[in-house]
Design a protein around this ligand. Structure first.
Ligand code: CDP
Ligand code: MG
Length: 740
């Protein structure tokens, strides 16, 4: 019997790279999915309203007029009304009933674990209670609330500033990488990513400006959250007045409590409506088609009141699925009520993120396409149907090869249970699982693996060392990382020059920590500025590194077409990004240039912002090309820029290199054989080699390795000769077999 994972992989193989074009559109008229209805598997209800299938008779059309009137009224509401409404709605949240007990518990304990249903008010209310109870002593102290995800930090900060009736960025602000909205001396409540708070330890290792810290969504167990918990455990004894709140889904609560000397767990009983779980009869190979069919099936057979939430694994999948749904619904035209498709994923441009919270218009059904961001971090009201393909993208680091693979794997049981709960937030709901009941019961892991045991720890190790943590093995980790991963990190950092041969952090290592980017990129910039051979291209590398950091697509439509519009021939993705940025800069950062060249203007604005910040760090650290005497008055000659850029990247990413071997590319590594990889079709190099028939380059440096059923490398730069590798990183490449 084949597992879902195998089916999925076969499907991927069959469709390989062009799958989004070749897939048949699945029309709702085509075969319908059959589901088994599983009453037993209903997740535990606290509010057991028998069977909910008949509950939705209160239909829409009739109260159309009422709705109109209501909307008018809403518009006429004065500011006082608004505040009253806010106050009232705050009082309706489940945490409100426990406010007194909660605050007493905070008062009595230094650390407190808080468990409660999604939507009960933990994230938005608890920090406000702390402010209201004077924990900031005016604006003497701040309160930090961490989130694993950037989107959540921003959207929650916006919501809370609204509730507190203050301008976002003043009393209430947020801080995420490359984007900070706070005001010094004014901000008392700061929502931030967990990674940003970790970085604050560098500036102040007791976090003395905070009186309370709330680690939200701790059950997600991101690497940064785990590191934070360890660091906080260390400072709690030194700062007895510091309050620590840890909010978590039910799972894990005991583990957190044990970690903090058996601190109490406060349970906020939540509202939860019954959710019917439906399973497919057969395992599904193509969960995307199955999901689309299910959407139309729900849309055409279920009452219109009730929005749909579909979980997908990533941005690309979401955008492809969105296109397909829109294609089908435009074919069906007025035969079906309108569908409003709203995607949500971490890199979605900020201005579009708010769409998911918009009230669904009349005669219309909202379909939210989300990554697991909507699992617990974001509450979307009005969802009644949840479709769960049961897959998630997960990083997996293999220390022996030093490679990180992004794998699509089945979700854990804990996740699919959590996901089903999203259907029962505001009323009874239904969850369609695109896998079998057998699979749920027998194939799923109980819990997701915490990031710390499956990720590259180089950044973390460097940061901990620079914070003065000497004994990594005895650092209080909630789950110990693998020794092999730690060892590999030390090795990597040594190769980058961040550590000396005794494992101590070097000046370069300390500098790398100061950069708001991965140490590898910091090394690229450092080499680009100062290296005897590679140096002189800091300006160019700043632009490229910034472009690589912007994960939202830069191109409107296909990258290939946009490329053709900008340049007829280009060697690497890196140089393409540079060309885009420089042309835009030469157009005086104009919007119309972007429109003419099918480039996302707002994305480039963000790139410019990232670039400014990286540049400021370079200036602060005294890294600049001015130190270089080797270039004449006019800087680096044009024809050397490409090779210098390449060499700078080699110095930062010496482990991301593949070598041409018998007509294909293989990773270079001590481990047996090396892994065969393919160049992703989106890469300039793929087009050059496959379509323009260019000679294959001997080596290729990549920024990303993806694994579905085939290994793909992405964002690539060709390296014509092994000599460059030996020049830049002799520690690794001195033995390179460079005969051909
Ligand atoms: O953190 P928890 O899941 O317990 O709840 P929360 O995020 O504090 O959300 C409390 C309520 O605020 C939810 O029921 C949402 O309806 C509302 N909310 C919202 O409307 N918009 C947001 N951006 C965040 C919360
Ligand atoms: Mg929350």
């Amino acid at each position: 019997k084949r597992t879902r994972q195998q089916l999925w992989e076969e499907q991927q193989l069959g469709n390989s790279v062009t799958r989004s074009n070749t897939d048949e559109i699945c029309l709702p008229e085509s075969e319908r999915y059959e589901y088994v209805f599983d009453k037993e598997a209903m997740i535990d209800f606290t509010d057991n309203t028998d069977d909910m299938l008949e509950d939705s008779n209160e239909e829409d059309a009739s109260d159309e007029e009422d709705e109109e009137k209501k909307e008018l009224l809403t518009q006429l509401q004065t500011e006082i009304d608004r505040i009253k409404t806010v106050t009232d709605s705050r009082k309706l949240l489940p945490v409100y009933a426990f406010r007194k007990e909660l605050m007493e518990a905070v008062d009595k304990n230094q650390a407190l674990i808080i468990v409660g249903e999604t939507g009960s008010g933990k994230t938005t209310q608890l920090p406000q209670y702390l402010v209201e109870d004077g924990y900031t002593q005016g604006n003497k102290y701040q309160i930090a609330v961490t989130q694993p995800r950037r989107v959540a930090a921003m959207s929650v900060a916006a919501r809370v500033s609204d509730e507190m009736n203050v301008v976002l960025g003043k009393e209430v602000g947020y801080s995420i990488r490359f984007d900070e909205k706070t005001t010094a001396g004014k901000t008392i409540l700061k929502y931030m990513t967990d990674g940003m708070l970790v970085r604050e330890f560098l500036a102040d290792n007791e976090l003395s400006k905070y009186s309370c810290i709330m680690i939200d969504e701790a059950h997600e167990r991101t690497l940064a959250t785990d590191v934070l918990l360890g660091l906080l455990k260390n400072i709690m004894k030194k700062r007895p007045e510091l309050k620590l709140l840890i909010s978590s889904a039910t799972v894990n609560a005991k583990k957190f409590s044990a970690f903090f000397d058996n601190c109490p767990i406060f349970n906020v009983p939540g509202r939860r409506f019954p959710v019917d779980i439906h399973y497919t009869l057969q395992p599904e190979g193509n969960y995307i088609n199955a999901a689309i069919t299910t959407i139309f099936q729900i849309h055409t057979t279920q009452p219109l009141k009730g929005d749909i939430l579909l979980f997908l694994t990533g941005q690309e999948e979401i955008e492809n699925t969105r296109e397909k749904i829109e294609e089908i619904s435009s074919k069906l035209g007025s035969r079906i009520p309108q569908l409003l498709i709203t995607p949500i994923y971490a890199n979605l441009p900020q201005e579009q993120q708010a769409n998911i919270f918009q009230k669904t218009p009349d005669k219309c059904r909202k379909v939210v396409l989300a990554t697991n961001i909507a699992e617990t971090s974001l509450t979307i009201d009005g969802i009644k149907y949840v479709i769960d393909p049961g897959f998630v993208k997960e990083n997996s680091y293999v220390p022996s090869t030093g490679m990180t693979q992004l794998l699509t794997i089945p979700c854990s049981k804990a996740s699919v249970d959590q996901i089903a709960g999203r259907a029962g937030r505001t009323g009874p709901g239904k969850c369609f699982r695109l896998f079998t009941k057998y699979s749920y019961e027998n194939e799923l892991e109980a819990m997701p693996r915490p990031e710390i045991v499956r990720t590259n720890l180089s950044n973390t190790v460097l940061l901990l060392l620079s914070l003065g943590v000497k004994d990594l093995l005895n650092f209080p980790f909630l789950d110990k990382p693998q020794i092999s991963t730690l060892t590999k990190s030390l090795e990597n950092l040594y190769v980058l020059g961040a550590l000396n041969s005794r494992g101590q952090i070097t000046d370069l290592g300390k500098m790398m920590c100061e950069f708001p980017c991965e140490p590898e990129f910091a090394k690229v910039l450092y080499s680009a500025a100062t290296h005897a051979i590679a140096g002189g291209v800091l300006e160019q590398c700043l632009s490229i590194v910034s472009m690589l950091h912007e994960t939202t697509s830069i191109f409107i439509g296909s990258k290939k077409e946009a490329t053709a519009r900008i340049v007829s021939e280009i060697d690497s993705d890196h140089m393409l990004y540079l060309k885009v940025y420089e042309d835009w800069k030469n157009s005086n950062y104009s919007r119309s240039w972007c429109q003419d060249h099918k480039i996302q203007y707002r994305t480039l604005l963000r790139v410019r912002n990232i670039r400014n910040q990286l540049n400021r760090t370079c200036i602060k650290l005294g890294i600049s090309e001015k130190n270089l005497i080797l270039m004449g008055e006019n800087g680096v000659p044009e024809n050397l820029i490409g090779s210098k850029v390449t060499k700078s990247f080699v110095s930062g990413f010496p482990l991301n290199i593949v070598q041409l071997k018998s007509g294909g590319y293989q990773t270079i590594g001590k481990s047996k054989g090396g892994l065969n990889v393919n160049i992703h079709p989106s890469s300039v190099i793929f087009q050059n080699q496959k379509e323009k028939g260019k000679k294959l380059d001997k080596f290729i440096l990549y920024q990303q390795l993806m694994l579905t059923s085939k290994e793909f490398v992405r964002d690539c730069i060709p390296i014509p000769t092994g000599t460059w590798l030996v020049e830049m990183v002799p520690q690794i490449f001195s033995n390179l077999n460079n005969d051909k």
